[in-house]
Ligand binder design. Structure first.
Ligand code: HAM
Length: 423
C-alpha cells in the first residue's frame, strides 16, 4: 500500500509538541496587545503582483522562492512568502489607512518559500509579526524595537543580539547606490550570475547575496551609514538616543541590508547562535514607500516578523521547552463496572461543561489498562468509580504527579471544587 509523507520542507506539528507553539503564540498575543496591536488575518494566497511590486522583482524571495500558480481563470496567484505586503494590501483595500492613524496589526501564520530545507529553514514556515502604519517618528521605531526585545525576554530567551542600521531614504540611497555600483564594477567578474544581472539596477542585493564569492567581494564595500542625508541621519541618531534611555542593547551593523526591497531608514535583525543555520530569529524595519507602491496612500510603516521554527530551536537549545507544560487532562474517571461506567459518563460531561479537562474510558478497557492510560496522558488526578462509590456518593482521588501524597476522599458533588483548589 502506498504510504504518503509530508512534502519536502514541511513538518507536521503533532499534539505532543504543540504546547510550545501555543506558548509562543499566547505569549506574543499578550505582549502585542499590551502595546496596542490587534490581530489581522489575511489570505494565504494573493495576486502575485502584490508580492512582486511590494517585495521587489530582483529579490531572491520573488525571483526564486515563490510558490506561484495560475488559477482556473489563468490569474497568477502566489502563496504568501511573507506577511508585510499582504497586510498592506488588506489595510489599503479596507480603507483602514485612510482612517485614524496609527494602525497597529499583528499576525500569526504559515508562509511559503521554495528554499533548500536545512536547520531552521523550511518551505512552509511560520511567522509571528507586527506592522505599524502612520507614525514616522523615531519614537515609533523605538517602540517596535523595544516590543521585539521585550517579546524575547517574555519567551525566556537570553543572549539575543540586536543588529541595527539605517538604509536611508530614496534620495540618500541613490548616492550610496552609485558608489556601490562603482565599487562592485571593479570586480564584477567575481559576481554570481544573478548579481551580475542585477548589480547595476539593484546593487543592495549583492550585499545580501548568499553566494560565497559575492559576499567576499563586498567585504570592504561602502556602508549606507556613511551616506545618510540630514533627515535620515537625525532620525537614526534620535532612535539611538531613545534606545539609550532604555536597557535595550544593540550592535550597529554597517553591513545590514535585509533581503526585501521595501525597506527604508531603520532596519534591524535579532540573532541568536542557536537559531538554526541562518541564526536570524527576526527581521524587520521601516518601509515608508510600500503603501504608495501598492496603490494606497503615502503612509509610512514599520514592523518585524520572527520565524517560529527558529524560535522553537532556540527554546530547545536554551532548555526552555522542557518547562513548557501541556494542558494535560486534570482528571481520569476510571470505571470498575457498569454502574461506574454510567456515572463516569455523566460526571465527565458535567465537569467538562464547567471547563475541566476530564477523560473517561471510551474503549471498553479494564481498570488496570484505564489507570495505565491515565498515566500515559499525564492526568493530574485519577479515580476508580464502581457501584460502591456510586452508592456512597464519594470517590477516592489519587494525585498522579505525587505518588507519595495520600489518597483523598471527596464527595462526587464536590469534585469540581476540589479540582479548582488543587490543580
Ligand atoms: P524575513 O527576514 O524575510 O522578513 O523573514 C523574517 C523571519 O522569518 C526570519 O528572520 C526567519 O526567522 C523567518 N524565516 C524566513 N524564511 C524562512 C524559512 N524559509 N524557514 C524558516 N524561517 C524563515 C520578512 O518576512 C518581513 N516581512 C519582516 C517584516 C515585517 N519587516 C517589516 N515587517
Amino acid at each position: 500500500m502506498q504510504r504518503y509523507s509530508a512534502p519536502k520542507g514541511t513538518k507536521d506539528i503533532l499534539s505532543s509538541s504543540v504546547a510550545a507553539w501555543q506558548y509562543a503564540e499566547s505569549t506574543a498575543r499578550r505582549v502585542f496587545e499590551a502595546y496596542g496591536f490587534g490581530e489581522i488575518r489575511t489570505p494565504i494566497f494573493e495576486q502575485s503582483e502584490v508580492f512582486m511590486r511590494g517585495i521587489g522583482e530582483d529579490t531572491d524571495v520573488v525571483g526564486k522562492e515563490m510558490y506561484t500558480f495560475n488559477d482556473k481563470k489563468g490569474r497568477s496567484m502566489t502563496l504568501r512568502p511573507e506577511g508585510t505586503a499582504g497586510v498592506c494590501r488588506a489595510l489599503i483595500e479596507s480603507g483602514t489607512l485612510n482612517g485614524p492613524l496609527p494602525v497597529k496589526s499583528y499576525y500569526i501564520g504559515s508562509f511559503f518559500r521554495y528554499e533548500q530545507p536545512q536547520d531552521g529553514r523550511q518551505r512552509e514556515f511560520h511567522q509571528i509579526g507586527v506592522e505599524q502604519y502612520g507614525a514616522t517618528t523615531p519614537m515609533a521605531d523605538a517602540e517596535i524595537i523595544i516590543l521585539l526585545v521585550r517579546l524575547f525576554e517574555e519567551f525566556g530567551i537570553k543572549d539575543t543580539v540586536l543588529h541595527l542600521s539605517s538604509l536611508g531614504c530614496a534620495d540618500c540611497r541613490a548616492k550610496f547606490k552609485a558608489e556601490l555600483i562603482a565599487f562592485i564594477e571593479k570586480s564584477s567578474d567575481r559576481l554570481c550570475g544573478d548579481c551580475n544581472r542585477r548589480f547595476t539596477t539593484n546593487p543592495l542585493r549583492v550585499l545580501d547575496c548568499k553566494n560565497e564569492s559575492c559576499s567576499e567581494l563586498v567585504e570592504d564595500a561602502p556602508s549606507m551609514l556613511d551616506f545618510l542625508c540630514e533627515g535620515c541621519s537625525d532620525h537614526f541618531e534620535e532612535l539611538q538616543r531613545l534606545l539609550g534611555m532604555t536597557d535595550v542593547k544593540y550592535k550597529l551593523d554597517r553591513k545590514l541590508v535585509r533581503g526585501l526591497d521595501y525597506y527604508s531608514r531603520t532596519v534591524f535583525e535579532l540573532k541568536h547562535d542557536r537559531a538554526g543555520a541562518a541564526k536570524t530569529l527576526t527581521g524587520g524595519g521601516r518601509y515608508d514607500g510600500l503603501s504608495k507602491q501598492l496603490g494606497g496612500p503615502d503612509i509610512s510603516g514599520i514592523g518585524f516578523a520572527l520565524g517560529v521554527e527558529r524560535l522553537m530551536l532556540t527554546l530547545a537549545a536554551e532548555g526552555i521547552l522542557d518547562s513548557i507544560t501541556q494542558n494535560n487532562p486534570q482528571l481520569y474517571l476510571a470505571a470498575a463496572d457498569k454502574e461506574g461506567e454510567a456515572k463516569a459518563f455523566t460526571l465527565a460531561n458535567e465537569l467538562r461543561t464547567k471547563g475541566f479537562r476530564v477523560i473517561y474510558n471510551i474503549s471498553g478497557k479494564g481498570v488496570k489498562a484505564q489507570l495505565k492510560e491515565a498515566g500515559r496522558l499525564g492526568c493530574g488526578y485519577c479515580t476508580v468509580i464502581g457501584e460502591t462509590e456510586v452508592l456512597k456518593g464519594e470517590v477516592t482521588l489519587r494525585n498522579m504527579n505525587d505518588k507519595d501524597s495520600p489518597e483523598v476522599s471527596v464527595s462526587i458533588n464536590e469534585i469540581a471544587e476540589f479540582l479548582s483548589k488543587n490543580i
